[in-house]
Write a protein that binds this ligand. Structure first.
Ligand code: HEM
Length: 511
């Protein structure tokens, strides 16, 4: 069932709906060259675990305006995660190709096997399959045409959504897993793995429903046009709002004007593929932007990612009894007032650097106490090793970029991290995920990605849009697509130019 795509371990292929699209390497020669990878050794795994642990940010938990903040509005953290879940899934599978459960058995997989065995559970087109699923099965009414996805839609072909006064939430059903979980009935279960992304998913459903409402025609015509306008609005905002906020602007403009230099379908035998360097390392940069707690609305105090004392909690929200009202939907105390996430008084994302919020070291939906999987940092680092992701230095070489020198990496680095990096020679062969975060801190003061990180992220997202004949970039003749916005309806309100206007049109409280 498609609802089961998750970051939990132990979910089998049969339990997930699979688009089964290809992964490949951006830099296949590097992935196949031992010199471009981390050394194959148990010591490397021990080093990665030590590095992961050293990256824990234990400071400033009680200080809402913590010194680790960037100037990027906190919304962009979860827009990033929402984009991730739209285009890439399953690099974290504990299958034979990347099983992190038995430390002593972890070795880097042969890249050819990775490409053959590991399949992406998402369609890499920024087309919101995480929102629309496979659609409501317009092709016919036979039993075969009635796909699982139909349960996402009501008879009018609007998306099901819970609304009660100021409470907005995803449609839910109670399951036992084995403890009770208020599972969201949505196309990608990961979009209910934390409260913030869950509420963004709800606003996307609501955005689609509102666009549908302003259109005329049969319900099938309204569904098709509304879905198209929603996709284009989102894609436009990904390029002109999100990428401009998290990447080096000049690199984004260069990729827009001249096209990707390294990412093209020809690198993957002519198929559109998700680059593993993006999914397993570069785009996980967003993990460093996560705050340890969030002020959600103006009535409650900040809510922690993990709340050991009981009460409201951001991570794994659907398994948390305190998060639910008697009707099985989120309590009003969890409803986000979006002025806390975007705009003048918004809390900020944490800096893009190598310090990671400490609650991410005890992920509630992972086996408790597992030396690798329970921690997000260690999972990222060991996952990169296991999937033969080239080092930061090798990736820079492949792109013709001068990599950070060992002293740039360590001299101003947190001393505990620097000690682990030096002891394990990670200053000359750096795990790519760590390297790109360090690059962001050294080159951009943690305000955005550095040169290599910006290029991988901008080339992948813009490259996906350029390769898709249905993207807004390839439909400029349509009157709804202008240079400055997507016009979903007349009037200023209907001009969608960024995520703020998109969420506002979706009915986001506080905007
Ligand atoms: C509270 C927020 C978040 C949590 C708890 C979280 C957790 C996770 C976990 C557990 C994994 C799998 C790790 C592994 O075993 O390999 C993962 C993968 C990933 N995360 Fe996050 N994440 C969060 C936010 C983000 C953000 C903000 C971004 C990007 C802006 C992001 C990007 C990714 C990507 C690209 C993957 C790989 C997806 C794939 O399998 O292809 N995540 N995340």
């Amino acid at each position: 069932m498609f609802q089961k795509i998750s970051h939990s371990t132990g979910v089998t292929d049969e339990e997930e709906i699979l688009f089964s699209t290809p992964f490949n390497y951006l830099f296949p020669e590097a992935a196949r060259s031992a010199a471009c990878l981390l050394p194959v050794s148990l010591n490397t795994i021990q080093g990665l675990k030590a590095l992961g642990n050293a990256m824990a940010d234990n400071g400033s938990i009680g200080d809402p305006a913590g010194q680790g903040d960037s100037q990027i509005d906190a919304l962009f953290t979860y827009i990033g995660q929402f984009i991730d879940h739209d285009i890439t899934a399953r690099t974290d599978r504990d299958t034979t190709i990347s099983d992190l459960s038995n430390e002593s058995a972890i070795t880097p997989a042969n890249p050819d096997n990775v490409i053959k065995t590991l399949k992406n559970g998402r369609r890499p087109q920024l087309d919101l399959d995480s929102v629309f699923g496979e659609g409501p099965g317009l092709a016919g009414s036979t039993a075969q045409a009635k796909t699982q996805s139909q349960i996402l839609y009501n008879n009018d072909l609007k998306l099901n959504l819970f609304k009660n006064g100021s409470r907005i939430d995803l449609p839910r059903q109670q399951i036992n897993n084995p403890d009770p979980v208020q599972q969201a009935i949505i196309a990608d279960g990961r979009n209910d793995e934390n409260l913030n992304i869950s509420q963004i998913q709800a606003l996307f459903l609501s955005f689609y429903n509102h666009v549908y409402d302003v259109l005329s025609g049969t319900k099938e015509e309204k569904y098709i046009r509304a879905r198209q306008l929603v996709r284009w609005s989102y894609q436009y905002a990904v390029v002109h709002d999100y990428l401009m906020a998290v990447c080096d602007r000049n690199i984004v403009l260069d990729v827009l004007a001249n096209g990707p230099r390294f990412y093209s379908s020809t690198a993957g035998k002519g198929e559109t593929f998700m680059p593993l360097e993006f999914s397993v390392a570069a785009f996980r940069f967003g993990h460093s932007m996560i705050r340890p707690f969030y002020k959600l609305n103006n009535t409650n105090s900040a809510v922690h990612l993990v709340n050991m004392a009981g009460g409201l909690q951001i991570l794994g929200p659907n398994a948390r009894a305190d998060n639910f009202d008697d009707d099985g939907q989120f309590v009003s105390g969890l409803m986000i007032n979006w002025s806390n996430f975007i705009g003048n008084s918004a809390q900020k994302a944490r800096k893009l650097d190598t310090k990671i919020a400490h609650d991410l070291f005890t992920l509630p939906f992972r086996p408790s106490g597992d030396p690798i999987l329970s921690s997000l940092t260690t999972s990222n680092l060991v996952r990169g090793y296991s999937l033969s992701i080239p080092t930061g230095q090798a990736v820079c070489d492949a792109m013709g970029i001068i990599p950070l020198s060992p002293s740039e990496i360590t001299s101003t680095e947190d001393p505990a991290i620097a000690a682990v990096v030096t002891a394990n020679n990670f200053d000359t062969r750096s795990p790519l995920w760590y390297y790109l975060l360090r690059e962001a801190a050294v080159q951009q003061g943690g305000e955005r990605l550095g040169e290599a990180g910006s290029r991988i992220v901008a080339e992948t997202l813009i490259g996906l849009l350029k390769q898709d004949p249905n993207s807004y970039m390839n439909n400029l003749h349509d009157p709804a697509i202008t240079d400055t916005h997507i016009e979903v309806t007349g009037g200023a309100y209907g001009k969608i130019s960024n995520f703020r206007s998109l969420l506002k049109f979706g009915g986001a409280a506080g905007l």
